[in-house]
Design a binder for this molecule. Structure first.
Ligand SMILES: NC(=O)c1ccc[n+]([C@@H]2O[C@H](COP(=O)([O-])OP(=O)(O)OC[C@H]3O[C@@H](n4cnc5c(N)ncnc54)[C@H](OP(=O)(O)O)[C@@H]3O)[C@@H](O)[C@H]2O)c1
Length: 444
């Protein structure tokens, strides 16, 4: 049973708290840091664990990648000349790395933190589309373990909030409940995940690569091939750069998207609601059940957006002529199209190149690289682009119901904690918010 609370109670919960945030340079992390500082200036301290060589470089990263970003503009205006002092008083950068035991912190810092921290938020993960398996494992598995071990040492800890990902659902279909995974549970029946075996596999692969005297490049590629990847933003970036115009996606399928500020609101409400609980709660901050957004909406709004705002050529600054988007709803259809349209002409070009003693080597190399890139991206994305699951959000709906929303009060406060996906008009959101944001911040 969740008790009711309003926005003042949510903001009030963070008053006087010492919070360790891991992943603050990331997309969600910086939104969280900004929101806490904005709604609760009386938070005691935000400790930001940053991958850096030392405190000075951690501080520099925070200034350039977190508090120096555009989303802090409202806070800057609010504090004026005192903004830097405010940040210095409230934000403490720490150099660390979750792949190491004790998060890479020295004994003194570890002891100091473990005596004072009230809340830990972990939003750190490798979310790279194409990450090495060993790096992903060290961060997403061992990193989470190291954070839990650290949390156990914190005697004033009230809350550990871990942000996970929809991709833990793999290729499951139907309604996916908000339930925890048991240790070792996997998505394949009869298959148990043993962390030790995974670690052994990584170490063995590393040894094999070393024994065969492969170059660092080969080691990187081998490790990447062991890994697995991921967001819809990659499609948008690919099209904006005109590197992709052919997409493997079933436009009738539902993608699960939620605006980042709503995710952060849900995180803050969940922390306020569960602070005194001993148990574990799982929340799916998703939209597929309450307000499904089919890929067709993104394709339509994306098409319109780029028609009205064509990307400009890097060479001459002129708007580029956009290729027509083509969509394929199955991998075999996609492969067949690619074979006829590109692979066959490429093969002819290869033979011609041989016959003409390498006259087309450069062109052939360029085109075959492009071809391999598109095929690679399609194969990697297939499980996600063709995902047929739907995330249940009954727990999240209860959390939403617990939040008493008072529009008038929210207006006078200048903030709210709403996270109802039903309030989002997807077409407008993609056209006016999401796609322009991706183009502005991610397309350089
Ligand atoms: N954004 C989304 O659409 C979305 C959707 C669903 C779920 N999620 C989940 O939400 C979480 C955060 O996502 P995000 O989009 O904010 O990710 P992101 O932008 O990729 O940021 C990841 C953060 O983790 C940090 N990090 C990575 N490895 C680390 C390490 N070894 N030690 C310490 N920090 C490390 C990164 O620091 P550096 O700056 O040093 O790399 C960065 O601050 C992830 O678990 C993601 O799967 C995100």
């Amino acid at each position: 049973m969740i008790g009711e609370l309003d926005a003042d109670a949510v903001a009030g919960y963070f008053r006087g708290k010492s919070i360790l945030i891991i992943g603050s340079t990331g997309f969600l992390g910086k939104v969280l840091v900004e929101k806490i500082l904005r709604v609760q200036p009386d938070v005691k301290k935000l400790f930001l664990l940053i991958r850096a060589a030392g405190v000075e470089s951690a501080k520099h990263r925070v200034e350039t990648e977190v508090t120096g970003r555009e989303i802090f503009q409202v806070l800057k205006e609010k504090h004026g000349d005192r903004f830097d002092d405010f940040i210095q008083e409230k934000v403490c950068p720490l150099a660390g790395d979750i792949v190491y035991k004790n998060l890479g912190l020295d004994h003194a810092k570890l002891t100091e933190l473990s005596k004072g921290i009230n809340i830990i938020v972990n939003g750190a993960a490798t979310t790279n589309f194409y990450e090495r398996y060993d790096v992903a494992f060290d961060t997403n598995v061992m990193g989470a373990k190291h954070i839990c071990e650290f949390a156990k040492r914190c005697n004033k800890l009230k809350m550990l909030l871990h942000v996970s990902t929809a991709y833990v659902a793999g290729e499951q279909e139907g309604i996916l409940p908000e339930k925890p995974f048991l240790l070792g549970e996997t998505l394949r029946e009869g298959v148990h995940l043993d962390i030790e075996s995974e670690l052994n596999l990584i170490q063995e692969t590393r040894r094999e690569v070393e024994a065969n005297c492969y170059s660092e490049r080969v080691e990187k590629r081998t490790m990447k091939e062991l890994g697995l990847k991921r967001t819809i933003d990659s499609f948008i970036i690919g099209y904006a750069k005109q590197a992709l115009s052919i997409f493997l996606v079933d436009l009738d399928l539902i993608m699960d998207v939620v605006p980042g500020d709503m995710v952060v609101n849900a995180m803050m409400v969940a922390m306020a609601v569960h602070s005194e609980d001993q148990g574990q709660s799982i929340y799916h901050v998703t939209s597929s059940l309450r307000n499904p957004a089919p890929y067709a909406v993104l394709a339509d709004s994306g098409g319109r957006y780029f028609l009205h705002n064509p990307p400009c050529s890097k060479k001459n600054g002129e708007p580029v002529r956009l290729s027509r988007m083509r969509f394929f709803r199955t991998l075999p259809r996609f492969r067949a199209y690619m074979a006829v349209k590109f692979r066959l002409p490429l093969e002819i070009l290869r033979l011609l190149n041989i016959a003409l003693f390498g006259a087309f080597s450069r062109r052939y190399g360029e085109l075959s690289r492009k071809y391999r890139y598109v095929m690679h991206v399609a194969e990697l994305y297939a499980p996600y682009a063709l995902f047929k699951g739907c995330f249940d959000d009954t727990n999240t709906e209860r959390l939403r119901a617990a939040l008493k929303a008072n529009k008038e009060q929210n207006k006078s406060r200048g903030y709210d904690f709403g996270f109802d996906p039903k309030s989002v008009d997807w077409d407008n959101y993609f056209y006016s918010v999401h796609i322009p944001g991706v183009v502005k911040y991610l397309c350089d």
